[in-house]
Design a binder for this molecule. Structure first.
Ligand code: AMP
Length: 399
């Protein structure tokens, strides 16, 4: 079974074609700058490597037909034509309180995406564009969707509620939803298999440009750091994470900024970038730190401090810990962040193998000392594979 996984942004369309017989990746890539001048497609196949070409795509349907063209053209030849695609799996962002697992996409799901666009105004409308593009081009191919929020729907009410008047929740459904759910589900699933014990308690740290941490008890998300929006929780590349809400009013008044300007600041100009004034990229920050830059040092210290605080808090709420998992760009590649996250946590049973940790970049590894009570894993995330597996299961049940 060949499954195409689609992840649509407002002006981009990422794709990955998988052969689900052996879960191999046949091709992957991205169409960028859809609808503006300078649209390009990058397509990578195991046989031909990466190619990048300028093309034109006025909308997402054009972008999807470019993808089909590249997958079936003479050079790549991963498929003969688009009819070889058995199913399409979409990465969807916000499923509100309704969707707690992946679903077969029908009109009801599209309506729900529209309804929850109020919670994810940039992402959900882009997801709908992706669905419609595929429907226009391959109307008979079944499609499934995997929501970023779904995995966190198991959080108990005392974890997802904010202490606001209850009517705010009833009227507007303002609550913690959490994000990165597919990634947390994937890596915590692998960690659970490795542990091979009953009721495993796992903390999953998805540390990338956007970062979140999740407490997973017996396969279920019981708390996560992102909240009503993905700006909450850990310090991120350009997002502030946890913040006293009174600060927003103060800045609006004193800096004479509009709501939109403050929102932009919290999302795009804060985090380690805002503190350091240098970059949102940890490689740049670590270079600057080693050159003696004090604000780069401070930015990284604030990041590590908050991460450690959450590790402690999540160990407490689960009543212990069996495995700590690092994933995504920083978690998979940056040994310094992993080291500072684990340092001096021996009293929690977390003992990192410092030498081994330094050698691990982008591959699965157990980086805990042999006697460590808590296993520490580096696990490369693979949201596309998770979406393809869910799609396969849903579509196979139709037959
Ligand atoms: P992601 O959003 O998961 O793609 O992660 C992107 C982020 O990972 C970048 O902004 C960097 O901060 C970080 N990153 C990627 N590679 C490395 C590396 N080799 N060392 C340190 N940080 C890295």
């Amino acid at each position: 079974m060949k499954i195409l996984v689609i992840n649509c942004g407002s002006s981009s369309l990422k794709f990955q074609l998988l052969d689900m017989n052996d879960e191999s990746v046949l091709a992957k890539g991205i169409v960028e700058r859809i609808g503006s001048e300078g649209t390009s497609i990058t397509c990578e196949t195991p046989k031909n490597g990466k190619i990048r070409n300028c093309e034109s795509a006025g909308n997402h349907t054009d972008a999807a037909s470019l993808v089909f063209k590249y997958l079936s053209d003479e050079k790549t030849r991963v498929i003969k034509n688009a009819n070889e695609i058995d199913a399409i799996g979409h990465r969807l962002v916000h499923g509100g309180e309704v969707y707690n697992s992946s679903v077969l996409i029908d009109d009801k799901v599209v309506e729900a995406l529209k309804k929850y666009s109020v919670f994810a105004p940039l992402h959900n409308p882009a997801n709908i564009l992706g669905i419609e593009a595929c429907k226009n081009l391959l109307p008979d191919v079944p499609m499934a969707g995997t929501f970023d929020t779904a995995f966190h729907q198991t959080m108990p009410d005392y974890a997802f509620m904010y202490a606001l008047p209850y009517s705010i929740y009833e009227k507007h459904k303002i609550r913690k939803y959490g994000f990165h759910g597919t990634s947390h589900r994937y890596v915590s699933g692998i960690a659970a298999k490795e542990l091979n014990k009953n009721n495993p308690k796992i903390i999953s740290c998805h540390l990338g440009n956007g970062s979140s941490i999740c407490a997973v008890c017996n396969g279920k998300s019981v708390d996560t750091s992102m909240g009503y929006t993905p700006v909450d929780g850990l310090v991120m590349g350009t997002r502030c994470g946890d913040l006293d809400p009174a600060i927003v009013n103060f800045i609006e008044k004193e800096e004479q900024m509009s709501h939109k300007e403050v929102d932009d600041m919290l999302n795009k100009k804060s985090g380690v970038y805002g503190i350091s004034g240098i970059s949102n990229d940890f490689r740049d920050l670590e270079n600057a730190l080693h050159d003696g830059n004090k604000r780069a040092k401070l930015a990284l210290e604030i990041f590590d401090f908050r991460l450690r605080k959450y590790i402690g808090a999540y160990t407490a709420i689960m009543g212990g810990l069996d495995a700590l998992v690092f994933t995504a760009g920083i978690g998979e590649n940056d040994w310094e962040t992993r080291y500072f996250a684990c340092k001096d946590l021996e009293y929690l049973g977390i003992e990192i193998d410092e030498n081994r940790n330094k050698t691990i970049r982008g591959n699965f590894a157990d980086i805990s000392l042999p006697g460590s009570k808590v296993r520490i894993y580096v696990i490369p995330t693979n949201e596309e594979l998770m979406i393809a597996r869910d799609t396969k299961e849903i579509v196979s049940a139709l037959k």
